[in-house]
Design a protein around this ligand. Structure first.
Ligand SMILES: [Fe+2]
Ligand SMILES: [Fe+2]
Length: 172
């Protein structure tokens, strides 16, 4: 089963899946399943969440939903440890926010053909930390969806825990 957070849709059967089916099972993305992201999820699941909701919003707004799905899936394609990087970072080195989006663009280009719009979405998804302005409406959407998903990924497991605890207390 492949699902985005807070969605019941089975993604392997969806039109969304056709937009990413050539890259979603690549070993470069598989590796992300073993990396924790935003404390409670994996980097793969986070990328899938951004990809799915970016696709949905762009579809609703008649924007380039395919590019949003692809850029969302690739926007955090990096493997280093953020905490270690920040701890060892010397003066003059780029911040993690800037560095990881540049690395993600590089890794994405090694994996597949990246359109200019997808490049913009991946490289600038950390706005306002990255400062450079977005060229496309889709980049604003991916930037927003990235933050929205991060909040969901942090909050949903905690809310679920509270609900489960209350349910088991009521059953006792
Ligand atoms: Fe990121
Ligand atoms: Fe992200």
């Amino acid at each position: 089963m492949l699902k985005a957070i807070c969605s019941h849709e089975e993604l392997t059967d969806s039109i969304f899946y056709c937009c990413v089916d050539d890259i979603i099972n690549a070993p470069e993305l598989e590796k992300l399943k073993n990396i924790t992201h935003h404390i409670s999820t994996t980097r793969f699941q986070h990328c899938l969440n951004v990809s799915y909701y970016g696709y949905k919003i762009c579809s609703l707004l008649n924007l380039d939903a395919r590019s949003a799905a692809r850029a969302g899936l690739l926007h955090d394609l990096f493997y280093y440890d953020r905490k270690k990087y920040n701890a060892n970072k010397s003066k003059g080195q780029p911040s993690h926010s800037r560095k990881h989006s540049d690395i993600a663009v590089h890794n994405a280009e090694l994996l597949t053909d990246i359109r200019p719009k997808e490049h913009d979405m991946i490289q600038k998804h950390m706005f306002p930390m990255t400062l450079s302005l977005h060229k496309y409406k889709e980049t604003y959407i991916i930037t927003f969806v990235d933050k929205y998903c991060a909040i969901l990924e942090f909050c949903v497991p905690r809310v679920q825990k509270i609900i489960n605890r209350r349910t088991s207390n009521n059953e006792d």
